[in-house]
Design a binder for this molecule. Sequence first.
Ligand SMILES: [Zn+2]
Ligand SMILES: [Zn+2]
Length: 348
Amino acid sequence: MQAAVITAPGVIEIQDVPKPTPQAGEVLLKVDASALCGTDQRVLRGEKPVSVAIIGHEVAGTVEAVGTDVEGITIGQRYAVQTVIGCGKCAPCKRHHQIRCLEGFKAIGYAWNGGFAEYMIMPREGVEQGCLIPIPDDMSAEVATLLEPISCCINGLRFFPFDEMKHVVVLSGGIIGVLNGLVAKAWGAETMTIMNRSQGRLDLIQELGLPFDHLVNTSITDPEAWVQENTNGLGVDGVVVPASAKELVPLGMKLLGMGGHLSIFAGMSKQDPFESIDLNDIHYRELHLHGANSSVRRDYEEAINLITSGKINAESLITHRFPLEQFNEAFKAQADPAVKSLKVVLEH
Ligand SMILES: [Zn+2]
Ligand SMILES: [Zn+2]
């Protein structure tokens, strides 16, 4: 089978590799579509080590074969892949909350080969833990690749009390910023503001007709002053930090009003993850800081809901499509701001 294989940091070759055979408990998926994400870019550039040569964790596929002892999986059915797999034995795993696995979770495309190939295996642990999520018949495979990143935003935004959320700010106009904004809007945020330093990025969001209320270029507009002006000096109710820039956390806190919520959605540089913040600001203004890391099945199911109910128009986010053989072109298209891509999908 064809696969995009990392042969050295930053070097990806389309190679012919053996098609995997499902062993006991495993499921073989024919990959229908897979999508590139920001984390993949870091892995492909060699900045984030993984233990496999084939990555890709935003995957939609059709079951082609199953090993012995596989139950509840139908050959010919299409599934999205839940990336995170836990130990399956600890209390969080037992309630299907593998992102809080006490043993530390592992993930498809990091610890097991992923979906940048014609076929991939869902390992036994993943099959047993319900990590194959059925895709509705009327959802295309390329749209289904968005279930993974949307589900991560859903997990992060579960901490926000949307019945009290009048104004939410997302501090990034990248795909994850956009998806956070779309979920917040779908869940009832009255006013949704995207802040970003690049006008090109904001123009792209505008051109795509996404349902945001304000797009603020923070290279020319001071975010604090803007929020003061646009909230009668009260501050906003929620801020999402979906970019690996730790100074955005204290900035986000400054944008919040009394009792506001801030989600630290992005992981920060492992070399320097520290940032000093005013703890009294959290105490006296009763701020809430939340972490969010990946997603589990209930989040995928809500992502399916938001798309099939029309609350999120996922199709409109896919700006570029490439065949798997052109993986390197896809990789470049996603990384180059001049290309103006939002979501880049590989059609297999
Ligand atoms: Zn991702
Ligand atoms: Zn566990």
